[in-house]
Design a protein around this ligand. Structure first.
Ligand code: COA
Length: 177
């Protein structure tokens, strides 16, 4: 299998790579990361925002940015898909997990890919990388809540071997690491 951070290609030939966001090779400080998150968020359709955040808000708040970029490489991990660019960080997707306080073998995950890059394998590449990081950090199960209408996310999770069960308004997804 190719290394998880090898160069990959979008359908139009644009190269991108998947990184752990704390990786020194990414050369990104937290402020640059927040800026890249804001720019990527602006490229999400209302539907994608709703599917990811269950909210239609037009931007991320400073508190959300603080939370989303607060990683420690073990219990709070984020992996990003980035198009190489000398001048700025061009993020096209991000996957993250946060270990559960009451069940340290388990972490809650979420993943987002900007609309124009969806359906091209980016989400799958991010999830594979995230699962690898989770395994390396002793996490046995990744869990997430997905809207029943989110067929793409459910198909991706099932293709990765997830089990699913109904949980109120959501589908609860469990992935073994
Ligand atoms: C859900 C999401 C992360 C998937 O990422 P993606 O890059 O679009 O998905 P991929 O291209 O890697 O596709 C993975 C699998 O999804 C399925 N899939 C892809 N396109 C699909 C479509 N149009 N309809 C249904 N399933 C589809 C397939 O099983 C595909 O596997 P395949 O390539 O072997 O056919 C992305 O669409 C997204 O960010 N959506 C908005 C935010 C969101 O829903 N986040 C999840 C909440 S936790």
């Amino acid at each position: 299998m190719a290394p998880s951070n090898c160069t990959r290609y979008l359908d139009d030939g644009t190269p991108y790579r998947v990184y752990d966001c704390t990786e020194p090779g990414l050369h990104v400080n937290r402020e640059q990361w927040k800026q890249a998150m804001l720019e990527a968020f602006a490229l999400l359709s209302p539907q994608s925002r709703w599917q990811r955040f269950a909210s239609g808000s037009a931007s991320l708040t400073e508190a959300q940015l603080d939370y989303l970029t607060d990683v420690d490489g073990s219990s709070r991990v984020a992996c990003c898909a980035v198009i190489p660019d000398r001048r700025k960080v061009r993020g096209i997707g991000i996957a993250r997990y946060v270990r559960l306080d009451n069940d340290p073998d388990c972490a809650e995950f979420a993943v987002t890919v900007i609309d124009r890059c969806q359906g091209q394998g980016v989400g799958r590449a991010l999830m594979r990388h995230l699962i690898g990081e989770a395994r390396r950090n002793g996490i046995k199960t990744l869990v997430g809540n997905v809207l029943p209408s989110n067929t793409r996310m459910l198909a991706l999770c099932r293709a990765l071997g997830a089990t699913t069960s109904r949980d109120g308004d959501f589908i609860r997804v469990s992935l073994m690491c």
